[in-house]
Design a protein around this ligand. Structure first.
Ligand code: ADP
Length: 495
C-alpha cells in the first residue's frame, strides 16, 4: 500500500508508561494537525511536570530492579533485533502513521524511514556486546581497568522532521548500552513513536525501559531535562532549545548532554566537478528533500564562476519540476511544511533576504495545494553576500542561496559560517583539492562528491560549533550512553 485515505487511519494517542498507552487528562489535551492539509486529526494529552515525574520514576525503578542492565549483552541485542524485525514487518501500519502526521511522504516512509529505523536498531543491537572497557598499564601485581556501565535513565527529546528515525537513534543507542529511556517526541509529530514503543514491548523489552511523555517543550521537555533521576540528556533540534536543555542539565546535575543542533551547510562546487546534470540533482535534492526540513540540508551553494551558470540553470530546472502535495498521495514530489507558522517564518527570512538586495528566482509559498496545508516551492536566492539573512540564518525550508567565487581560497572562506558547522559538501574531480577542503571545512561531517547520509550507521553524525556536542550513530553514540568506572585490584600481597 502506498496512497491512503488519511480519514480512515486509526490513530492512537496518549503517553506510554510501563509498557502501555496511558490516555492522560482529556481536558489538558490539544489537537494535533496534519501538516498536509492543516486538519486536526487526533488530540494529544499534554504532560505537566507531575506526569513526567511519574514516567521517569517508573523507568528508574524498572531499570534499578529489573535485569536489563545486568543481563548478558547478547540477550539485550536479541530483544533489539526482534524489535527491528517487528518494525520492518509493521511498515504497512507505521508508514501511513508517520506520513499522516509529519512531512514524510508515505512512499518515502515505506522505502526509507521505516527500514532505516529498523536497521538503526539492528546496528545498535550489534554494539551491545562490542564495547567493554580497557585494561590499564599498571604495576604487574595490580590490575587496573575501566569498565563501561549504563547511566540509568536517559532523557531524549526529538524534533518533528523524522519522528521515527530520530527516536530510533536516541532510544536504540540508550537501550543497547543497558539504560532505560524516557522520550519526549515533538508535540507536532507525537503518534508514530507510540507504535514503536508498543512493538518494543512485543519484542520483549521489559515494561518501563522505554517510556514516552507527550507535551510542550517548555513544560514536559524542561521537566524531563531537569529531573534528578535523568542521568543524561540527548536532544536533536534547534540551537536555542539545545542551549536551554544544556543550561537545565548544568543546573540540575550537572549531567552530560548530546546535542544535535542547527546547521547552515555549504555545498562547495569547483569548476572541474564532472557531470553538471548529476551534480544539479544532488544539490537540488540536498535542499528540496523533505522540503528542506533536514538539519543537514545543503542550504548554501558556493560555486566556482566557470561552472556556476550551467549548474544554477540545471538546479533551477529541477526546482521548477517539484510538485507539492499531501504525504498520502503517490504523485507529489514536494511534501508540506510542518506548520503554517513555520512556512511564514521561512517566507519572512526570504523577504528579508530580498530587502537586503538578493534576487529571488522562482519558488515561494503556495496556498491552495491541499486544504489548509502550507507548501513552499523550492527557491533560489542569488546576489547575496555573506551578511545576507538567507546566508546566515537556518531557514529549515527549500531555500538555496548561491554565492560564486574565483579561487579555492575564496571558496573555502565563503563556505565557513560564523556559527554553524554541521555538515558540508565538496564537489571536485581533484583529489588533493577535495582533501584540502575536507581539512579546511570546520564541520562535523564532510561529504565529497555526494551529499547526505547513507545507511552506514557506523559513521557518527554531529556538529561543530553551535551545531552541537557529541555524536548520534556510530560506536560513539553507544559509548555516549555509558559511563566509565575505574577499577584497581591489588593482588600482590596475601589476603
Ligand atoms: P524546532 O525544531 O521547531 O525549532 P525545537 O528545537 O524548539 O523546535 O524543538 C525540538 C524539540 O525540543 C521538541 O520536542 C520540543 O518540544 C522540545 N523543546 C522545545 N523547547 C524546549 C525546552 N525549553 N526544553 C526542553 N525541550 C524543549
Amino acid at each position: 500500500m502506498q496512497r491512503f485515505d488519511p480519514n480512515q487511519l486509526a490513530v492512537r494517542s496518549g503517553h506510554f508508561i510501563h509498557g502501555r498507552l496511558v490516555t492522560g487528562d482529556a481536558d489538558a489535551s490539544r489537537d494535533v494537525l496534519r501538516p498536509s492539509d492543516g486538519q486536526a486529526y487526533a488530540p494529544l494529552p499534554m504532560a505537566e511536570a507531575d506526569l513526567v515525574d511519574q514516567a521517569v520514576d517508573d523507568a528508574y525503578v524498572a531499570w534499578r530492579d529489573g535485569d536489563w542492565a545486568r543481563r548478558p549483552p547478547r540477550e539485550r541485542a536479541r530483544v533489539l533485533r526482534r524489535w527491528a524485525d517487528l518494525v520492518e514487518a509493521d511498515a504497512p501500519t507505521l508508514a501511513p502513521l508517520e506520513a499522516v502526521g509529519s512531512t514524510r511522504p508515505v512512499r518515502d516512509a515505506l522505502a526509507w524511514d521505516v527500514p532505516f529505523t529498523a536497521d538503526g536498531l539492528r546496528f545498535f543491537a550489534e554494539y551491545a556486546d562490542k564495547l567493554g572497557g580497557e585494561v590499564a598499564a599498571t604495576r604487574s601485581d595490580n590490575l587496573g581497568m575501566t569498565i563501561a556501565e549504563p547511566y540509568g535513565v536517559i532523557g531524549a527529546i526529538t524534533p518533528w522532521n523524522f519522528p521515527l528515525v530520530m527516536a530510533s537513534w536516541k532510544v536504540g543507542a540508550a537501550l543497547a548500552a543497558g539504560n532505560a529511556v524516557v522520550l519526549k517526541p515533538s508535540e507536532l509529530t507525537p503518534f508514530s513513536v507510540l507504535r514503536l514503543a508498543e512493538l518494543a514491548v512485543q519484542a520483549g523489552l521489559p515494561a518501563g525501559l522505554f517510556n514516552i511523555v507527550q507535551g510542550d517543550g517548555r513544560v514536559a521537555g524542561a521537566a524531563l531535562s531537569r529531573h534528578p533521576r535523568i542521568a543524561k540528556m540527548t536532544f536533536t533540534g534547534s540551537t536555542s532549545t539545545g542551549a536551554a536543555i544544556m543550561a537545565a542539565c548544568a543546573q540540575h546535575g550537572p549531567k552530560p548532554v548530546t546535542l544535535e543542533l542547527g546547521g547552515k551547510s555549504p555545498q562547495l562546487v569547483f569548476d572541474d566537478a564532472p557531470d553538471v546534470e548529476r551534480l544539479a540533482g544532488i544539490i537540488a535534492g540536498a535542499i528540496a528533500g523533505n522540503a528542506g526540513q533536514v538539519c543537514v540540508a545543503g542550504s548554501r551553494l558556493i560555486v566556482q564562476q566557470g561552472i556556476a551558470p550551467a549548474l544554477v540553470k540545471a538546479i533551477a530546472r529541477r526546482f521548477a519540476a517539484y510538485r507539492p502535495g499531501p504525504t498520502w498521495e503517490d504523485g507529489p514530489t514536494l511534501p508540506p511544511i510542518i506548520s503554517r507558522q513555520q512556512a511564514l517564518r521561512i517566507d519572512a527570512i526570504v523577504q528579508r533576504a530580498a530587502d537586503a538586495g538578493a534576487t529571488l528566482r522562482g519558488g515561494g509559498p503556495v496556498d491552495d495545494v491541499c486544504g489548509a496545508g502550507a507548501y513552499y516551492l523550492p527557491t533560489l536566492i542569488e546576489g547575496v553576500d555573506a551578511g545576507n539573512p538567507a546566508v546566515l540564518e537556518e531557514i529549515f525550508g527549500p531555500v538555496l542561496t548561491v554565492q560564486t567565487f574565483a579561487t579555492e581560497e575564496e571558496g573555502l572562506a565563503l563556505a565557513s559560517h560564523p556559527h554553524y558547522g554541521l555538515a558540508a559538501g565538496v564537489h571536485t574531480a581533484d583529489l588533493n583539492r577535495a582533501m584540502r577542503a575536507m581539512r579546511a571545512l570546520s564541520a562535523g561531517t564532510v561529504w565529497i562528491n555526494r551529499y547526505g547520509r547513507s545507511n552506514d550507521f557506523v559513521i557518527p553524525t554531529g556538529g561543530y560549533h553551535q551545531s552541537g556536542i557529541g555524536k548520534d550513530l556510530g560506536r560513539q553514540a553507544v559509548e555516549a550512553n555509558q559511563r566509565l568506572k575505574s577499577v584497581l585490584i591489588d593482588f600482590g600481597s596475601p589476603v
